[in-house]
Write a protein of this length. Structure first.
Length: 94
């Protein structure tokens, strides 16, 4: 469980709860199962349901998160350095 006895995920049905790990396909599972809104679920609401999740290759997970940072902060990232070299931009961002 997470903070204060809650986990981030959603209830799929009477048998399953999905524990959402960011950037690991949880939104796709939510859409495919037509589950309700995801959010912080109190541990007591899980009850006897089976808990399931997806894991992702760590490098792929990092790159996906990095790409999202670039998408959300594109202007800031582009203005950190005058160099067009990828390594220079990454170093400036870090």
């Amino acid at each position: 469980t997470g903070k204060k006895g809650h986990l981030f995920g959603f209830i799929i049905n009477k048998d399953y709860v999905f524990r959402h790990i960011f950037k690991s396909g949880g939104t796709t599972i939510q859409k495919q199962t037509r589950a309700g809104k995801h959010g912080h679920i109190p541990q007591w609401s899980v009850g006897n349901r089976s808990l399931m999740t997806l894991v992702r290759d760590p490098i792929d997970h990092f790159l996906s998160g990095w790409a999202e940072c670039g998408y959300r902060c594109f202007d800031e990232m582009m203005n950190l350095t005058t160099s067009d070299a990828y390594d220079d931009r990454v170093t400036a961002w870090l």
